[in-house]
Design a protein around this ligand. Structure first.
Ligand SMILES: Nc1ncnc2c1ncn2[C@@H]1O[C@H](COP(=O)(O)OP(=O)(O)OP(=O)(O)O)[C@@H](O)[C@H]1O
Length: 252
């Protein structure tokens, strides 16, 4: 059974059918790409998958559970985490605290425990620090854990965003244009990071991307979207040769 099975997902804004009968099936551990021209509906699909928008129609089965229309926080708890087109870190917080924020759900203590510094507070803080540092180490960010997130170079901010998303212990990771604004070296490093995340965490990853080098380099399966509808779907190397895809998106 697929980890994510989406059927007939649809949403309209006024008269605009931004996503129209969208289907996708993603197996556990797959690295899957979603591409298409500007305004095709890619980010809207991420917003539907994460509960930012409620669909007008359709089913979103995650690991057998229909999460369509659920609240963002509940969808995150069910196992979907994401990063954004424009990096959304807490820039005035340290690298470590950015990851710790995402661990709050897992390591809970009451306000009273926190204010009165009861023993449980210290125990939970210790556990959270250990877990956050472990994750930072995986991304080679542990040496910069005490600096402000805004002081990290761009490529490392992206890594931190991915580390923070992973801190919520997701079943699936959605990356919205992770290579946006990166130079070729940073993009190459990002490709290695994404592959590494998939292999290390056995993670299922769906990513939106315009950088075709990244898409053809790491995505095994691909869906091309055009005007809210699926134009082509399947193995990346096959889809990229599809004449309709070349006409609508890739150009020649
Ligand atoms: N909240 C909204 N209200 C009205 N229209 C919206 C809303 N969100 C998205 N749209 C419209 O839906 C369409 C799809 O937008 P979307 O951002 O999903 O495209 P995209 O494929 O992610 O584009 P890009 O590659 O430029 O990021 C666009 O025409 C957009 O203007």
């Amino acid at each position: 059974m697929a980890l994510l099975e989406v059927k007939n997902l649809s949403i309209a804004f006024g008269g605009l059918r931004a996503v129209d009968g969208f289907d996708i099936s993603i197996e556990k551990g797959q690295l899957y790409g979603l591409i298409g021209p500007n305004g095709a509906g890619k980010t809207t699909i991420f917003n539907l998958l994460t509960g930012v928008y409620k669909p007008n129609d359709g089913i979103i089965n995650l690991d057998g559970k229909n999460i369509a229309g659920m609240r963002t926080i509940d969808i995150n708890k069910a196992g979907v985490a994401r990063t954004f087109q424009n990096i959304r870190l807490f820039k005035a917080m340290t690298v470590l605290d950015n990851v710790k924020v995402a661990l709050q759900n897992e390591y809970r203590y009451s306000a009273l425990t926190g204010i009165c510094r009861l023993p449980k507070y210290f125990k939970m803080e210790k556990k959270m620090n250990e877990r956050a540092e472990e994750l930072l180490k995986v991304f080679d960010l542990d040496g910069q854990k005490d600096i402000m997130a805004s002081n990290l170079p761009y490529g490392k901010q992206r890594k931190l965003e991915i580390a923070r998303a992973l801190a919520t212990n997701p079943k699936m990771l959605l990356l919205d244009e992770p290579a946006a604004g990166m130079n070729p070296n940073e993009t190459q490093e990002l490709m290695d990071t994404i592959r590494f995340v998939r292999d290390t965490f056995d993670m299922t990853i769906l990513l939106i991307e315009h950088d075709m080098k990244l898409v053809s380099g790491i995505c095994e399966q691909l869906t091309v979207l055009n005007f809210g509808k699926v134009l082509a779907q399947g193995e990346t190397s096959v889809v990229l040769k599809n004449p309709e895809v070349i006409t609508a998106y890739l150009g020649e």
